[in-house]
Write a protein that binds this ligand. Structure first.
Ligand code: FAD
Length: 474
């Protein structure tokens, strides 16, 4: 045996899993095909400016219990800059609305700001009443029942006004679930919305150093200090089976790596590519093709001057704009030498921009930026890069929630990890760490060294929970 556990994939899920396993004294080897660990949350060095940028900008929530525990173990939580009660600024040209978390019991905490949005009437806000009560009493079984239904159809059926759907729900579907509302599972959308309205006191956080630098080097150090290894630039080509058991993997250079347990910490398309023919038609694996991607374009713009003092804002949904979230890293990164703004912007579910070249994507980003920050028009754009990301997350299309697998597979010593597992959360960094620890717990159980790593999902605040119970009883 080359090691006790082979972990394929050095993203958040693979690293979290390997940390837990090496902490239990197992000899772990992680193979990662890229030259940097961190996967979709990795940082890279920009060749022109030498600055650390991310594959695409990310947000954390203070409710990310698994991710924050990981950062606590690594000693890097202090590098998250929290937004405080100012939740998000939504830009709907020419105006902007900032949503705050008011010190009111959940689910009332967003209400004062929603009632002030110029685009919405009191009747628009009130049209959510039936939906709201359904959401508060939504349990796991209800979430799965709603999985087959598309969210747009469901909101209409419950009487939500078209204006509220356009201004609020289309924006939430794209910005949080990463798919258009009409292509989103109602179960997935409302399952997450339950957390947003059922609790108060949470905050958005932004990494004040490169996102990957927040966890990847320290996780590697953790694993290697416990006798494990993280090997970069090593690609697994095929999972290896011996009869009904997994026995490791064959690497792209032909080397065989043998392990007692194998964890595939890979997104669905990469896992599919690694499966031996005999497993492709197996019930657990044949649905992998159904996890369609939500592609992104992340554009980074370097300007010669400061454009704002804001850290983060987002465009509301509109058929006329492309980008959603904007981040001025000059106001987020703690130790940045350069003077001018470095704005990162995400074009979510970017299929509608697939025909655009880099110049057109950069132009669109600059003009959408200028619509909110007119100073952009006088600023000089010094440098820009465009990252095309084929799959930011597996898209939560109707029916996809029910397909999300557990960490255990029918092959007793083969386990899965990743953001797309049945973690109870939308695919995200939090889901990736939770999925990694689900796999670690399953391996530790098999190895006779059981230990708990998975952090519980947040509960609703008392008033919201009482509302949910009353709605369920009524
Ligand atoms: C632009 C962008 C913005 C996002 N915004 C947010 C956000 O704001 N908040 C949030 O919580 N989440 C966000 N996400 C999602 C988040 O990044 C992912 O959910 C999370 O990083 C997934 O981690 P993972 O370990 O499951 O998968 P991955 O990060 O994909 O890790 C899998 C790893 O396996 C490696 N690999 C693949 N095939 C092989 C092979 N054959 N051999 C060896 N290695 C292999 C890959 O290189 C990769 O490193 C965003 C993602 C993107 C891309």
């Amino acid at each position: 045996m080359d090691c006790d556990v082979l972990v394929i994939g050095g993203g958040l899920a693979g690293l979290a899993c390997a940390m837990a396993l090496s902490d239990a004294g197992l000899h772990v080897r992680v193979v990662e095909r890229a030259d940097e660990a961190g996967g979709r949350a990795r940082s890279i060095t920009d060749a022109t400016t030498g600055e650390r940028i991310d594959l695409g900008p990310h947000i954390l929530l203070s409710e990310y219990r698994n991710m924050l525990r990981l950062l606590d173990l690594l000693g890097t939580r202090r590098h998250v800059a929290w937004q405080g009660a100012r939740f998000i600024t939504l830009v709907d040209a020419p105006g902007a609305t900032t949503l705050h978390l008011y010190p009111l019991p959940a689910p009332l905490h967003f209400l004062p700001d929603l009632l002030r949005v110029p685009q919405l009437s009191l009747a628009d806000v009130a049209s959510n009443a039936r939906l709201f009560w359904r959401v508060l009493r939504l349990d796991d079984a209800g979430r799965m029942q709603l999985d087959q239904v598309d969210a747009e159809q469901y909101l209409r059926a419950l009487g939500v006004s078209e204006r509220f759907i356009d201004w609020y729900w289309r924006t939430v579907a794209m910005a949080i679930m990463n798919v258009p509302l009409g292509e989103c599972s109602a179960g997935a959308l409302l399952g997450f919305f339950r957390y947003l309205v059922g609790r108060n006191g949470y905050q958005l956080g932004l990494p004040s150093i490169g996102l990957g630098d927040l966890f990847a080097p320290a996780a590697r150090h953790w694993i290697e200090a416990r006798g494990g290894a993280v090997r970069l630039g090593i690609e697994a080509a095929r999972l290896e089976l011996a009869g009904d058991r997994a026995c490791g993997a064959i690497l792209a250079d032909g080397t065989r790596l043998h392990a007692r347990w194998t964890v595939a910490a890979l997104p669905p398309p990469s896992l599919h590519a690694l499966l031996p023919e005999s497993l492709r038609t197996h019930a657990t694996f044949r649905d992998l093709a159904a996890f369609a991607p939500s592609p992104y374009v992340s554009t980074y713009l370097w300007f010669d001057r400061r454009l704002s003092r804001e850290r983060f804002w987002a465009n509301t949904w509109s058929p006329r704009t492309l980008y959603y979230d904007f981040y001025d890293l000059a106001n987020i990164r703690a130790h940045r030498d350069a003077e001018g703004s470095l704005v990162a912007c995400n074009l979510i579910f970017s299929t509608r921009a697939a025909h655009l070249d880099d110049a057109a994507l950069i132009d669109a980003a600059c003009s959408e930026l200028a619509a909110y920050l007119p100073r952009t028009r006088e600023a000089v754009l010094r440098h820009a890069v465009v990252h095309r990301i084929p799959m930011a997350i597996p898209a939560p299309h109707p029916g996809s929630e029910s397909l999300r697998p557990e960490a255990r597979t029918p092959i007793r010593n083969l386990f899965l990890a990743g953001d797309w597992l049945a973690t109870g959360l939308p695919a995200s960094m939090e889901s990736a760490v939770r999925g990694g620890w689900m796999a670690a717990e399953a391996v530790l159980q098999e190895a006779g060294r059981p230990r708990a790593w998975v952090q519980p999902l947040p509960r609703m605040d008392p008033l919201a929970a009482l509302g949910g119970r009353r709605a369920a009883a009524g």
